[in-house]
Design a protein around this ligand. Structure first.
Ligand code: NAD
Length: 359
């Protein structure tokens, strides 16, 4: 297969982790006989410094020419606050990349080798965990109108609007039910039906869509309860589907189970150009030191092979290589414990790439 991928490393640790993500993809290309064309483009503060805007036209063109976008991370907390909200790279660049991609897939996987390192007790995590959170990505509270702050004298009023349409709920629910069919056939829909009108519609529509998937067991849970259950008894969940706001929070909470933000990949899919990125930010506190964990990015590459190119065996080869490198004791500093082998970003990328070549 011939794959064209736009590579957007971005800011902070972005270039360091993306180098390893691309190394592993190229190793897959060599091992499985695929041609992988990578076109790198600027995004974020790196792009502002180079050409004056966070998402230049050349970057849009690189994305338009590609089959999929491989994105690192953007943001610089010291500089983010110096520009209006709508001009911050995290808002304008990431939102441009997400256009049309209404479903955000966020697996929260705790590998057996790291189970003891979760902040949650070992008896709760057991020998690992695998939950998929499907978050609605282009609607809900983050985009509803009207929004904004109006000021009058000393007083001000901030408004956001939470709105969902049937169509928005149907399409993201389908993604969740179809994902569940490939897994343990369980979907838990999370809402706030006791308080929100939009949640009443959410629950009604998800239930209706669920009738088309009789092999999948559908349950519903209030968002506050879900926050608690995710920590108390995470194994009860397989696929969670929820709106933009609750999904944002639940997926970060689920990330804590995995022990490090550096472990978790994501995919944004739908009607736009599919986009794959680690869930973490630009980690300015460790940028430039070569110690960031590249696994979230490498696993985002695996999600790209599966969801953008339908290459399940290749995606599994990456996932197995990650598991094997962790099993053999390779650890970046964020997941290092005594008795394991501390490696830097490049060392982890090499360990994973080698294991792909070995099969
Ligand atoms: P962050 O995710 O960048 O970092 C949080 C903590 O996790 C830090 O201590 C960091 O060192 C650690 N961490 C993150 N990724 C890691 C990795 N791969 N390996 C090892 N440790 C890792 O979140 P933050 O500090 O709140 O945000 C920093 C900047 O990133 C901000 O400007 C923020 O707006 C931006 N941000 C961007 C995105 C994105 O590009 N999609 C997402 C979140 C935050």
């Amino acid at each position: 297969m011939n794959m064209k991928i736009a590579v957007l490393p971005g800011d902070g640790i972005g270039p360091e982790i993306m180098a390893e993500g691309c190394k592993v993809l190229c190793k897959i290309g060599e091992t499985f006989g695929h041609t992988i064309e990578l076109e790198e483009a600027l995004v974020g503060w790196t792009a502002i410094d180079a050409v004056g805007e966070a998402f230049p036209d050349a970057t849009q063109e690189a994305c338009d020419h590609a089959n999929a976008v491989f994105f690192g991370c953007v943001g610089n907390p010291e500089r983010d606050m110096t520009v209006p909200q709508q001009e911050r790279p995290e808002r304008c660049a990431v939102l441009r990349l997400r256009t049309g991609n209404y479903a955000n897939l966020r697996p929260a996987i705790v590998y057996g080798a790291l189970a003891g390192q979760s902040v949650v007790k070992p008896e709760i995590i057991g020998d690992g965990l695998d939950i998929l959170i499907v978050r609605e990505l282009t609607g809900g509270l983050y985009y509803g109108q009207p929004r904004g702050v109006t000021r009058e004298g000393d007083s001000a009023r901030g408004v956001d609007t939470l709105s969902y349409t049937t169509e928005e709920i149907v399409r993201v629910s389908r993604v969740a039910f179809e994902a569940a069919q490939r897994r343990s056939k369980k979907v838990c829909s999370v809402d706030k039906v006791n308080m929100l009108a939009s949640s009443q519609l959410w629950r009604e529509v998800v239930t209706k869509v669920g009738e088309n998937y009789p092999d999948v067991e559908l349950t519903h849970m209030l968002a506050d309860r879900a926050c608690m259950e995710l920590i108390r008894d995470p194994h009860q969940f397989d696929v969670i589907v929820t709106g933009n706001l609750f999904g944002d929070m639940l997926s970060d909470e689920a990330a804590v189970l995995a022990g490090s933000l550096g472990m978790l990949p994501s995919a944004a899919i739908g009607d736009g150009k599919p986009m794959f990125e680690p869930i973490h930010g630009s980690a300015p506190d460790i940028a430039g030191q070569g110690i960031a964990n590249p696994i979230a990015t490498i696993l985002s590459g695996a999600m790209m092979l599966r969801h953008a190119f339908g290459l399940d065996a290749e995606a599994q080869a990456i996932e197995r290589a990650v598991e094997s490198a962790l099993g053999d004791g390779f650890r970046t500093p964020d997941i290092h414990v005594p008795g394991t082998d501390k490696v830097n970003t490049q060392g982890m990328g090499d360990a994973i790439a080698e294991r792909i070549a070995q099969g």
